[in-house]
Design a protein around this ligand. Structure first.
Ligand code: WTA
Length: 658
């Protein structure tokens, strides 16, 4: 490193605030700092700005109906269709021949769809679904990896008013079954398999195994042939080849059905405190308006951009920011099938260079992995097309932020650190890149119109520097409307903690801890419930625990998150064996397998620690905090208040901290 570089590096290490570059500000979609006041003064009508980004069939009467809070309704009596908004209107406008989806397979093959080609595909698959008997409001489960048929199927569902429920392809057969049961879904779209690090991965066997666990009759299964001859498989009587069905509908035209703004667009299952995943319900009007608005205001998406969100569509980030937000704005959205280090660790940067990507949005865990691999990989490529960078999914440490800023953004791109959740539908706390300065590690202020506060346990706002909890004190269009078939749980999970029901004052509690500084910048610290965040993936420790205690030979278990250099958090299992069972490799393997079978590889335990007892308080509660400290290699503090303090050292000795 030259002296000049070393000086630069030292300056960057110390720098605490960054201004967006002039060149960015000049062209940004949102540049007027007055927008914060404007939204506050005109609330809730300010949200017309979001609704105006869409094409409505029938104009809505009211922006917000709060008569039955917290079952808020947005843009009431308005009607629209999400597929029309994401495709047809761009075809009818001047974007028919512009690229809508640019897809790259792991092995290097590419597929590119213009808006008019996408329309054709979506209409043909919409006709296929109808032919199979799918009706408006039937939930269609999509268990597909990152192949173009996934967004095509989502938009086809939206076109005919059938809500989709996408299940992340990395989830296990059991997880698929649980979700299909919960959504009472009778239709499944899946595929034979996909490629991972060059190997053909069997997906259909997993799907079939999942189908065995579905408690109601599944009428039809559509199977995309991704692997061709690389995987032999049979189709059951109610299973159909995607291409065969679509070929029968060649040239079909399917009018987009008219949906009420409040009609369900999709269901997305996510983890919560109890073992059962929650079916988060998102709507056609509010959700679409919110994902489009935040794509415009925060990601600065413009129709001429090539925009790349490197998430998986199986999670909310992919729904809002690969599919709905960017397509509603008529831009080119990229999809990559594979892993970032295949065939080499420069794959992402090769794709940025090849496609002249303008905007890149990823998770801190990926940035930490890139950092570990080394700056030589991005340095091999021309990344000067980039204009804006974003992060999502977990807190970003200032070192990773600065590395991203320097080695990917060339110190010339603002970074938006966007805090939000499956339930919020879109971004909630982040800087606006054309307006604010940035502070590495801190997401920023709440977006205009979002009344997020940091409070203590009683709900009082806390002073700068202290740690508290995030709350959101007014509703927003992208919010979940309820948990599918479970209004009660919707209230108890999100509203019970801080609301004053009698006064009809409703406060949303996202179950995250945070602090705020003198400038109103919020640093999100992480979950305060029993949810952990592994590589930006949200996992319920209770779900993992129930998988572990389901293993023969395990009497009791506690699952916690421990710090991990790349993943952020990793899964640690503490398990008490049943009498008569040997603790050893075999039992450990069965525990790991139990977790893989019930959830999937994302939840794979980092370590399984066998112990004769779990540390408990005198009242018999498991001291999870202590188990987290052990897993993270932190100071253990005072353990004398435990019922069984001697067990702590015994456990700590076994944990392999490298
Ligand atoms: C965490 C992902 C810090 C947070 C979009 C939240 C973050 C959970 C950030 C939601 C961020 C997300 N900084 N923490 N920028 N973004 N989180 O539902 O704990 O998969 O509650 O949605 O991720 O995860 P989910």
């Amino acid at each position: 490193m030259s002296q000049e570089d070393a000086n630069l590096e030292a300056r960057l290490e110390e720098q605490e605030t960054f201004e967006p570059p002039e060149s960015f500000v000049e062209q940004a979609n949102v540049t007027d700092p007055g927008i914060y006041d404007e939204f506050e003064e005109n609330w809730p009508d300010c949200w017309e700005r979001a609704a105006d980004l869409l094409s409505w069939e029938e104009e809505y009467d009211t922006v917000l109906d709060d008569d039955n809070a917290p079952f808020y309704e947005w843009f009431t009596n308005g009607t629209l269709n999400a597929s029309y908004n994401c495709i047809d209107r761009h075809v009818e406008g001047d974007r028919a021949d512009e690229t809508a989806i640019e897809w790259e397979g792991e092995l290097g093959e590419t597929r590119s769809y213009t808006y008019s080609e996408l329309l054709e595909e979506v209409e043909e698959f919409a006709a296929t679904l109808r032919e199979l008997g799918v009706e408006e409001d039937d939930v269609v489960t999509l268990y597909l990896p990152m192949i173009p048929e996934l967004p095509i199927a989502m938009l086809a569902c939206a076109r005919i008013g059938a809500p989709h429920a996408v299940v992340f392809a990395g989830f296990s057969a059991d997880a698929l079954a649980t979700r299909m049961n919960a959504g009472e879904s009778e239709y499944l779209v899946t595929c034979d398999g996909y490629y991972r690090r060059g190997d053909a991965l069997d997906h259909i066997s997993k799907a079939n195994e999942g189908l065995e666990g579905v408690e109601h009759e599944v009428s039809d299964v559509v199977v995309v042939d991704r692997l061709g001859d690389d995987l032999e498989h049979d189709l059951a009587d109610n299973q159909h080849d995607y291409d065969d069905l679509v070929a029968e509908q060649e040239g079909a035209s399917v009018d987009p059905v008219s949906r009420d703004a409040e009609d369900m667009l999709f269901l997305m299952y996510t983890s919560g405190t109890t073992g059962k995943p929650k079916g988060v319900k998102h709507t056609t009007g509010g959700y679409l308006a919110y994902s489009a608005w935040t794509s415009h205001a925060v990601l600065d998406v413009k129709p001429d951009d090539t925009y790349w969100c490197a998430a998986d569509i199986g999670w909310i980030t992919g729904h809002s920011y690969i599919v709905y937000g960017p397509l509603a704005l008529g831009t080119t959205t990229m999809m990559y099938e594979g892993t970032p280090d295949y065939p080499e660790k420069d794959r992402m940067w090769e794709l940025v260079e090849k496609n002249d990507v303008d905007i890149f949005y990823t998770a801190p865990t990926a940035i930490r992995a890139f950092m570990k691999w080394g700056e030589q990989y991005p340095a091999e490529h021309d990344l000067s097309s980039l204009r804006l960078l974003g992060t999502v999914g977990e807190p970003i440490n200032p070192r990773a932020w600065k590395w991203y800023y320097k080695h990917i953004g060339g110190e010339n791109c603002p970074i938006v650190d966007t805090w939000w959740q499956t339930e919020t539908g879109g971004m909630m706390i982040t800087t606006l890149p054309g307006i604010s300065k940035m502070k590495p590690g801190s997401a920023g202020p709440p977006l205009p119109g979002i009344d997020a506060r940091i409070v203590d346990a009683e709900g009082n706002e806390i002073s700068a520097g202290e740690a508290g909890y995030v709350t959101v004190n007014n509703p927003w269009p992208g919010m979940l409307r309820t948990l599918y078939n479970n209004d009660e749980r919707f209230i108890s999970e999100y509203w019970a903690e801080y609301s004053d029901e009698e006064a009809d004052e409703w406060v949303y509690f996202p179950e995250d801890g945070a602090k705020i500084d003198e400038d109103g910048f919020i640093t999100v610290l992480g979950r305060v419930d029993d949810v952990i965040n592994v590589s930006g993936h949200r996992l319920g420790t209770m779900e993992i625990e129930s998988a572990v205690v389901g293993v023969e030979g395990i009497a009791e278990a506690a699952v916690v998150g421990g710090d991990h250099e790349v993943k952020g958090e990793a899964v640690y299992v503490y398990a008490i064996p049943e009498d008569g069972y040997e603790t050893g490799d075999e039992l450990e393997e069965r525990v790991v397998q139990g977790v893989l079978d019930s959830i999937g590889p994302i939840a794979k335990p980092e370590e399984v620690i066998f112990t004769p007892e779990l540390p408990k308080t005198r009242s018999g509660k498991i001291m999870r905090r202590l188990l987290e400290n052990i897993a993270s290699g932190d100071e253990l503090g005072n353990t004398s208040t435990l019922r069984n303090p001697e067990v702590v050292d015994e456990i700590a000795e076994q944990v392999d901290l490298d």
